[in-house]
Design a binder for this molecule. Structure first.
Ligand code: SF4
Length: 416
């Protein structure tokens, strides 16, 4: 049976998008102000770097990866990546890096139009964690040369199966070693009680974010992966800030109301998909409509779930932060990842997996070593592998993606 042609996709926008926009504007205005008048120190941090420590020491925290995603969604990336390629950053490396460096070289940023910032905020210190990849260190090294500010970081073990006391101890010590540099740059004495407060706030936030994502286990799912990629903003950039907690209370309230009234993010949900890998930022809307047009809700993803940090719930904030940055999916062994995806398929009653093979991010592309086929043979859940990229749309074919998704829907429609 040929699947029915996708009706005009009906995607329901969450009302919480209003308060979300306000909060993100507040966050960027603070950074813009500090960058202009030098009032507060600014730390640049990688996505799962030690943001809580930085906030506890009084820094405003800016995340270049978030800027990379904005360059993708605003489709500025395509125009600026060649500028980074021209100074030797290869087209095959992280396209967040090449977009961000290219935008810097071209003196452009989507923050100007969206939030009125003249440029990205100027850093006082650059702090990375290589838990996700080496690219972040090279990325920050570019800005170290540009701005002449200190660059410090943490090297996390990768491919971690069982987390041992040895793993944790090493990363705790690396966190502590950052403190003297941060004290010098910020002019603030480190205060363990303040760190405890920030980590506790970050933990409450992570629990709320988890509840938001778990709401999609309901059928119909009140929130989709595509909503999640937008609404995760505060969980990424405002960890440890009570305003983010307040925002997720609002969002959760809306989702609970949807559940009560049986309202799905997608009209007439009949299929439920799992998205593994990075979003294709420049095609979020098209993808949301494409899936919704087939009554397919993308109900869960590795990406959005990567900002759930259960480990922050501990008496020792250094240990909590260290465990959190190592319990992360991307850091783990292949067999751990496989078990994780199997559990997700079960918990969210998934009909199929969509693996995005992002050409410039092998770290977030889990299709390359046979995992999809192994999982499919064990669980019976079919899959497709979509070639593309997070930001470099030269590596993505709309036509191919559409054909693959239609074929998958057809296959699922033919199930007994
Ligand atoms: S994990 Fe991937 S997308 Fe993220 S910074 Fe590294 S290479 Fe880029």
């Amino acid at each position: 049976m040929t699947p029915e042609p996708g009706p005009r996709a009906a995607i329901k926008k969450l009302h919480s998008a209003g308060p979300l926009k306000d909060l993100m504007a507040e966050y960027f205005h603070e950074l813009g102000e500090a960058s202009r008048n030098g009032g507060r120190k600014i730390a640049w941090c990688t996505s799962v770097g030690p943001a809580e420590l930085l906030r506890a020491m009084g820094f405003l925290v800016y995340f270049p990866e978030n800027h990379g995603a904005l360059l993708g969604t605003s489709r500025v990336a395509a125009n600026v990546i060649p500028a980074a390629n021209a100074i030797g950053y290869a087209p095959s490396i992280c396209s967040y890096l090449t977009s961000d460096v290219g935008a810097y070289l071209r003196k452009t940023t989507p923050l100007a139009r969206a939030f009125g910032l003249e440029s990205v905020p100027r850093p006082d210190v650059l702090v990375y964690n290589t838990n996700q990849c080496r690219d972040v260190q090279d990325w920050f090294a570019f800005y170290q040369r540009e701005f002449g500010v200190p660059m410090i970081g943490i090297d996390t073990p990768r491919g971690v199966g069982e987390l041992t006391a040895g793993h944790v101890h090493g990363v705790v010590e690396q966190h502590k070693a950052l403190v003297p540099v941060l004290e010098r740059v910020s002019g603030t004495r480190f205060d363990i009680d303040r760190l405890r407060e920030v980590v506790a706030c970050s933990y409450r936030l992570t629990r709320l974010w988890k509840d938001v994502l778990r709401a999609a286990a309901h059928r119909p799912a009140p929130i989709s992966f595509f909503d999640g990629t937008i609404h995760m903003g505060p969980a990424v950039v405002l960890r440890g800030d009570p305003r983010a907690e307040a925002y997720y209370d609002i969002l959760l309230g809306e989702l609970r109301e949807r559940i009560q009234n049986n309202i799905g993010a997608v009209d007439h949900e009949r299929l439920r998909f799992y998205w593994d890998g990075m979003p294709v930022w420049g095609k979020l809307r098209e993808h949301a409509e494409l899936f919704a047009g087939h009554g397919a809700a993308v109900v869960a993803s590795t990406y959005c779930n990567s900002w759930i940090f259960e480990a922050l719930d501990g008496a020792d904030p250094f240990e909590g932060m260290s465990r959190a940055c190592m319990e992360l999916f991307i850091v783990r062994s292949e067999s751990y990842k496989e078990r994780y995806l199997e559990g997700m398929a079960r918990d969210y009653a998934v009909d199929a997996f969509v693996y995005h093979d992002a050409q410039t991010c092998p770290n977030n592309s889990n299709n390359r070593y046979g995992m999809p086929a192994r999982l499919a043979s064990r669980t019976g859940v079919p899959y497709i592998v979509m070639n593309g990229d997070l930001n470099d749309l030269r590596m993505y074919s709309e036509e191919q993606a559409r054909t693959q998704i239609e074929a998958l829907v057809e296959q699922l429609s033919e199930r007994p």
